[in-house]
Design a protein around this ligand. Structure first.
Ligand code: SF4
Length: 329
């Protein structure tokens, strides 16, 4: 319990755990290590104060996290894996491949690092950085339980969003945990054939199966599911697409986050104009679907997850980039 308390204060060096006897600290040092993350680079947006961190792990792997300030407090978008296996075509993190899962301590460390660096308390956590949280299921659930614990960071489950590209069996498993976190599904397409083209995970679990799993999630947790829809010029932005979205989600207790794609240099997908984004959103709203347009923060610092790592990893490891927008909680 003493070690847990220290870790929750952001202390990961046994020598600094002064209420533990010196002999025990020496023994811990020989037997255990607490995987941590340290700041390699940091960028602060001049537009909105969003801070993007490139963090180095004990094995010289890199991850990213993004700290955003909202009227309700600080929200952090964290990574759950080094790289990703899912291979979504619009996300260059996926193209860069997968190295390993993050330990719960490495996920917690992203919060501690941002808190210590800014002398603030994070009140909202979004698992939408590098990696697919439900592909690192056990560590993700351990992390959720640890940060929401009263002895831990005490961040309420309702202030945490878990994003997934649609790992259906794990959505059912998470529903049965009854954790009260918001489930956020990256949908992006309503047609199976087209979704499979941009999200290979759809070859395994079709849209209909995802919808069924999301209804189960709502049934078990009473939490509205959020669907992320990245709007891509001439790919999924027509009024026909909006109408299929309305048909697909009719009767569900859910809401849609429209994410205008944040195009990057060399990216193959184009951005819609502001008017096109608003028009798409209004079609949904007029049909009675709850829809919002996600505000993009940190535009001047490439705050979308993966972009900072990509730049560095291109230099150091030859990895690629990711163009997904950051989550607004
Ligand atoms: S969008 Fe998410 S799930 Fe898809 S490849 Fe990128 S990190 Fe993985």
């Amino acid at each position: 319990m003493q070690v847990f308390n220290w870790i929750n204060k952001g202390i990961t060096n046994f020598d600094e755990m002064t209420d533990i006897s010196k002999e025990l600290r020496e023994e811990f040092k020989l037997k255990y290590a607490i995987p941590d993350a340290v700041i390699e680079e940091k960028f602060v947006s001049k537009i909105d104060g969003t801070i993007k961190y490139l963090l180095k792990l004990h094995d010289a792997e890199f991850i990213e996290s993004v700290l955003m300030k909202y009227h309700h407090g600080y929200s952090i978008c964290i990574s759950t894996q080094v790289g990703c296996k899912m291979g979504c075509k619009f996300c260059a993190t996926g193209k860069g491949g997968f190295s390993r899962d993050l330990y719960p301590s490495e996920m917690i460390s992203q919060i501690h690092t941002a808190q210590k660096d800014n002398n603030i308390r994070v009140s909202n956590v979004v698992l939408m950085g590098i990696g697919e949280p439900l592909d690192n299921y056990d560590n993700t659930v351990k992390f959720l339980k640890l940060i929401s614990s009263h002895q831990g960071l005490n961040i309420g489950m309702r202030h945490i969003s878990v994003s997934t590209c649609g790992i259906v069996d794990k959505i059912y498993k998470l529903a049965d945990e009854k954790l009260q976190v918001t489930l956020s599904v990256s949908l992006h397409e309503t047609n199976d054939e087209k979704r499979s083209q941009i999200m290979p995970v759809n070859n395994k679990w079709k849209i209909g199966e995802i919808i069924k799993a999301c209804n189960y999630y709502f049934l078990k947790t009473n939490r509205r599911v959020s669907f992320e829809y990245t709007l891509i010029k001439n790919v999924n932005d027509s009024s026909g697409h909006a109408k299929s979205l309305i048909k697909l989600l009719r009767g569900m207790n859910c809401y849609i986050n429209i994410i205008p794609i944040n195009s990057i240099e060399g990216g193959i997908y184009g951005e819609c104009t502001k008017a096109e984004v608003i028009n798409f959103c209004n079609i949904l709203i007029n049909a009675g679907v709850t829809a919002t347009i996600r505000r993009t923060l940190g535009l001047d610092i490439n705050a979308s997850c993966g972009q900072l790592k990509a730049r560095n990893v291109k230099t150091f490891l030859g990895r690629n980039n990711k163009i997904e927008s950051i989550q607004q909680n």
